[in-house]
Write a protein that binds this ligand. Structure first.
Ligand code: PRP
Ligand code: MN
Ligand code: MG
Length: 182
């Protein structure tokens, strides 16, 4: 029987390496937010696994909220417009917000969300992404907390999908090109 693993060319980060990366980010956040409370905004759906692991390593109070966004004309000549499919449940006015993403690619999603969040008058906003793929950047966005700088390969697992699949792989793998070129 064919399994998800048959579609993976190689493992980029093992579960152990991901755990270490998550811990490293959490240590920085714990240091920077000592004595404060965090309003953590996870961006559905890719960020969900990273979010769940990260918040359990944070030692200050964390409020949970989530947004779903989709970008128009991604990869082409895009205006950078992003449509909000699910908005926050509560106001972030006066809160210390951290936006949590699985990966920053073109940067369009995060730069839009950052502007959108800033217009809601939080006390502060920072960006946190497990993976950063600078080679694909189209707009400048400063990511405050990054786990790993990744090569320009098709990555799946640990929340990242191709065609809605592979999110539940516990590691991050490089997808075989034949899977997405056929
Ligand atoms: C992916 C990823 C980021 C975004 C990064 O989400 O999870 O949210 O794209 O790309 P960008 O930097 O070019 O904007 P996707 O739109 O695939 O939705 P998903 O999280 O539900 O998979
Ligand atoms: Mn996403
Ligand atoms: Mg996706």
């Amino acid at each position: 029987m064919k399994t998800m693993k048959d579609d993976i060319q190689s493992v980029l980060y093992t579960e152990e390496q991901l755990r270490e990366g998550v811990k490293r980010i959490a240590d920085e956040i714990n240091r920077d937010y000592a004595g404060k409370e965090i309003y953590a905004i996870g961006i559905l759906k890719g960020a969900i696994i990273f979010y769940a692991d990260l918040v359990r390593e944070i030692n200050v109070p964390v409020s949970f909220d989530f947004m779903a966004a989709s970008s128009y004309g991604k990869g082409s000549t895009s205006s950078g417009a992003v449509k909000i499919l699910k908005d926050l449940d509560f106001s972030i006015e006066g809160k210390h917000v951290i936006i949590i993403e699985d990966i920053v690619d073109s940067g369009l999603t995060l730069s839009y969300l950052l502007k959108n969040m800033e217009s809601r008058h939080p006390a502060s906003v920072k960006l946190c992404a497990l993976l950063n793929k600078p080679e694909r950047r189209e707009v400048d966005v400063k990511v405050d907390y990054v786990g790993f700088e990744v090569p320009n390969e098709f990555l799946v697992g640990y929340g990242l999908d191709y065609d809605s699949k592979y999110r539940n792989l516990p590691y991050i793998g490089i997808l075989k090109p034949e899977v997405y070129t056929k």
